[in-house]
Write a protein that binds this ligand. Structure first.
Ligand code: KG4
Ligand code: ZN
Length: 342
């Protein structure tokens, strides 16, 4: 039997191209984490096709939820709340999860908790790090977002900086496409970079004049395209491994510089990374090294918790549940939902 004070949450995530459901106990124990990835489907098009994503979510969502409950060995009746990502993300994709969560919570008479996707990514760090509690700094780097965030408390965030154009993961994906690696580009660039020289080409490390913590990655992406064009015009061979390694170094160096500047200014002794790009081993090691030099503890989720998943949504929902957050039947998908907005 569950102890009375155990809180079980069924969480659903459909904001992009993963149909995911999880059961999480007391925010930090993952009883199941089922992810049905659509990557193979979207690969054919070189990126996520929103309508295909929605259609696939509709097809998979019930099976994924069933499996999450089965793996957790729990019933819907045992859940204390139903949580769902309601933004930001692709509107048609979000709507599938939101409609499903509303139907379940209505049918099973359970409270409904809408969760911010980025809050989910940040919260992924709590799962394997029982000692991690706010306040801390977190760099969220994914295909859609690049945010440097001060986590003041559970559910309380201050955005220090964000990207002005492309997200870090988006830059990886675009550069990968330019050098013929296909989608998703991040893992492919990381692999190829291991065979290249990161100092072969000096790509720009953009600074944003009026926002010291803001990022801009469209310049480095354009620099790679220009470099490729230049090679073509001069008839010089293109060493894709050197491009991958040099591009990756440029992106990582900006991410680490901004992160360490924030560590100094805000004097926090814990730093975490999150989001799909956080599964990049070279980024993790660079961040770990920089943190160690400053005597700051470094945290990162396992790769499976870096990419989109529902366990992170269940974790974020637990702290929202404790704070009393409950959503009504009018909960809707909010594609551009701001962090900290309820
Ligand atoms: O968090 P995520 O699964 O979805 C979003 O919320 O966007 O992030 C996906 C992004 C993609 O752009 C992908 O190329 C990137 O994360 N990514 C990586 C790596 N693995 C995934 N980028 C760099 N290195 C990796 N190893
Ligand atoms: Zn994400």
């Amino acid at each position: 039997m569950e102890k009375k004070d155990d809180v079980l949450i069924l969480a659903i995530e459909t904001s992009c191209d993963e149909t995911a459901a999880a059961v999480v106990r007391n925010g930090r124990t993952v009883l199941s984490n089922v992810i049905s990835s659509q990557i193979e489907l979207h690969k054919l098009y070189g990126g996520v096709v929103p309508e295909i994503a929605s259609r696939k979510h509709i097809e998979k969502i019930n099976q994924v939820i069933e499996e999450a409950l089965r793996e957790a060995d729990k019933t819907l009746g045992e859940m204390d709340a139903i949580a769902v990502t309601y933004g930001p993300g692709l509107v048609g994709a979000l709507l599938v999860g939101v409609a499903e969560a509303k139907a379940i919570s209505y049918g099973a008479k359970k409270p409904l908790i809408g969760v911010h996707h980025i809050e989910g990514h940040i919260s992924a760090n709590y799962i394997e790090n029982p000692d991690l509690v706010p306040p801390f700094l977190c760099l969220v780097v994914s295909g859609g977002h690049t945010h440097l965030v001060k986590v003041k408390d559970y559910g309380s965030y201050e955005i220090l900086g964000r990207t002005r154009d492309d997200a870090a993961g988006e830059a990886f994906d675009k550069v990968a496409r330019a050098i013929g690696l296909g989608y998703p580009g991040g893992p492919k660039i990381e692999k190829l970079a291991k065979e290249g020289n990161p100092d072969a080409i000096l790509f720009p490390r953009a600074k944003v004049a009026d926002g010291p913590y803001d990022f801009s990655f469209s310049g480095v992406k354009s620099a790679v395209l220009n470099y490729l064009n230049g090679c073509k015009m001069k008839g010089e061979p293109v060493v894709t491994a050197d491009i991958a390694a040099s591009f990756q170094k440029a992106v990582i160096s900006v991410l680490v510089d901004h992160a360490m500047m924030a560590v100094e200014e805000f004097g926090l002794d814990r730093f975490a990374i999150a989001g799909g790009v956080a599964s990049n081993g070279t980024l993790r090691e660079a961040m770990r090294g920089a943190c160690e030099k400053k005597g700051v503890r470094f945290y990162h989720p396992s790769p499976i918790l870096c990419t989109d998943n529902a366990a992170m949504i269940g974790t974020a929902a637990y702290y929202e549940y404790l704070a009393g957050t409950r959503h009504g039947w009018d909960l809707n998908a909010v594609p551009n939902l701001k962090l900290g907005q309820r």
